[in-house]
Write a protein that binds this ligand. Structure first.
Ligand code: FE
Length: 147
């Protein structure tokens, strides 16, 4: 029996996903796939001011631009908006006796954090776990020139 193109492609996707899974720490897996939360002020990107795109740590989906990052004082990386609304999914979360809005990666379903309406200048506050993100830094051409 021959294997159809569709399942071959699926096989490739699965092995790629498996490889990506191996690159995650246990804490990252817990946060992304068991809806965990990292302790405040412990995440890699809390104070990061580098320019670039924060992508999903698992699937690489472009999630948040550094241009929208601000210091919320909460201890988690905070953004006023996603890089593209189409890349995230919002879901009502009634856990812990609260009603919050959960933010998920649209592509892989990984848990990212929550969004609140108390951002700066009437904007939103996307409160995101560092563990769910991987910053892809922008190359600074001027830096290279000056070296
Ligand atoms: Fe993802």
């Amino acid at each position: 029996m021959s294997i159809s193109y569709a399942s071959e492609k699926m096989k490739d996707t699965n092995s790629k996903m498996e490889k990506q899974m191996k690159n995650l720490t246990e804490q990252q897996k817990h946060i992304l796939f068991e809806k965990g939360t990292e302790a405040p002020f412990t995440g890699e990107y809390v104070h990061t001011k580098d320019k670039g795109m924060y992508k999903c740590a698992y699937c690489g989906n472009a999630l948040f631009s550094s241009d929208t990052k601000f210091d919320s004082g909460t201890g988690w990386p905070s953004f006023t908006e996603p890089a593209n609304l189409k890349n995230i999914e919002l879901k009502e979360d009634k856990s812990l006796f609260m009603t919050r809005t959960e933010v998920l990666c649209k592509k892989c379903g990984g848990h990212l954090g929550h969004v609140f309406d108390d951002g700066p200048n009437g904007k939103q506050r996307y409160c995101i776990n560092s563990c769910s993100l991987k910053l892809h830094k922008e190359e600074n051409k001027n830096d290279k020139k000056n070296r």
